[in-house]
Design a protein around this ligand. Structure first.
Ligand SMILES: CC(C)(COP(=O)(O)OP(=O)(O)OC[C@H]1O[C@@H](n2cnc3c(N)ncnc32)[C@H](O)[C@@H]1OP(=O)(O)O)[C@@H](O)C(=O)NCCC(=O)NCCS
Length: 180
């Protein structure tokens, strides 16, 4: 089922940009989008199929004129139902800079599956400026809180093959106040 975007970016062909839950038939197109969005890790196509199929309720894609131009994979942490963990955010080059990344995050949080969520977490490497900017901007709309600490480290977890991933935590101020 697809539905119109509520807060549409004005210069993003807003009449044709739609956000929707993925279906398993979207897995290959999601894999293609991610492979075009450096520096994201390319997972297997099978992984993207599982996300589109089993995790559809907490993933979202954006379509423009029938093309997938945006994607967020996320899940509610199995042992922490108050935390939405965002795995990857990808916006095609042509659609960047219009707020689509932030809209995709908000779309997931607005679903009933995220009723109990009071914070967002993600991991970011120190050099990914676009990702830091996206999540800082997102946090500004959520009360301004953002903290981070090394989590999957280059030496301990990646056998020196990848840079350290910092765990970023963004409290959703209004929801946390309601839940308290
Ligand atoms: C990161 C990404 C998803 C942002 O998508 P987007 O739709 O362009 O993001 P938004 O338009 O919502 O921008 C949010 C903020 O980030 C800033 N930003 C976007 N790209 C940036 C870049 N390359 N460098 C610095 N800041 C950047 C924007 O300026 C904006 O801040 P502002 O409103 O204060 O100007 C997109 O650039 C992308 O797909 N990059 C490659 C994949 C990636 O690195 N994903 C990271 C998340 S896992």
């Amino acid at each position: 089922m697809s539905r119109p975007v509520d807060r549409r970016p004005t210069s993003l062909h807003s009449d044709t940009t739609r956000l929707r839950k993925p279906k398993k038939g979207d897995g290959a197109a999601v894999w293609n989008l991610i492979s075009e969005c450096k520096p994201l890790d390319e997972n297997s196509m099978y992984c993207n199929l599982l996300q589109c199929d089993h995790f559809a309720d907490t993933c979202v894609l954006a379509e423009m004129s029938g093309q997938i131009v945006g994607w967020v994979s996320a899940y509610v942490m199995p042992n922490e139902p108050d935390t939405l963990f965002v795995w990857q955010v990808a916006v095609s080059e042509a659609a960047r800079g219009h707020g689509l990344g932030g809209l995709l995050l908000k779309d997931i949080l607005g679903r009933k599956d995220c009723r109990g969520v009071t914070r967002v977490q993600t991991t970011i490497t120190a050099d990914n400026d676009a990702s830091w900017s996206l999540f800082r901007k997102f946090s500004e709309g959520q009360g301004g809180g953002l903290s981070y600490a090394p989590y999957y480290t280059e030496d301990l977890h990646f056998q020196e093959t990848q840079s350290t991933e910092y765990m970023v935590t963004i409290p959703l101020a209004e929801r946390a106040a309601l839940a308290a």
